[in-house]
Design a protein around this ligand. Sequence first.
Ligand SMILES: [Cu+2]
Length: 163
Amino acid sequence: MNIPLAFRILIGASFAVAVVPLEAQEKSVSQKTAEVWDKTKKTTKNVSRKVAKTTRDTVNRVEAAVREPDADARKIDVKVNDKGVQMPKSLSAGKTAFVVTNTGKEAHNFEIEGSGMEKSFWFALGPNQTKTMQVDLRPGTYDAVCTAEAHGGKEQKIRVTVK
Ligand SMILES: [Cu+2]
């Protein structure tokens, strides 16, 4: 077939014109797909974060409701903050309600451990949050610990004697 050169150039040019936009289109489609996927991931993350927060809030409420101290429990004020745990170092045996308040700026927890007992809050306390933990203290020595990841990764504990 004898196609004049001018025609060949014209055909070639029209192919080029046709091909380039197609590639551009494909690119933008894959880019769009990537963007949508990115958004989906972000949305999924946000949703799961929200669910986690809701679960935590619910558990906090449950903890507070279930662990309302008995009227005859001896109430002991405990402060947890960025310096550690502050509470009396000598306690009497018997039904005890630790009223724990986070007076710090980060999350803190409270754990009482000793004489075969190990009890802490399921979730750490946020700043200004108060939770109550009721235990039956037997005579012995205990560690009152903040297990939160504050304090530069170190646990803070004090020794408590129960008589
Ligand atoms: Cu702490």
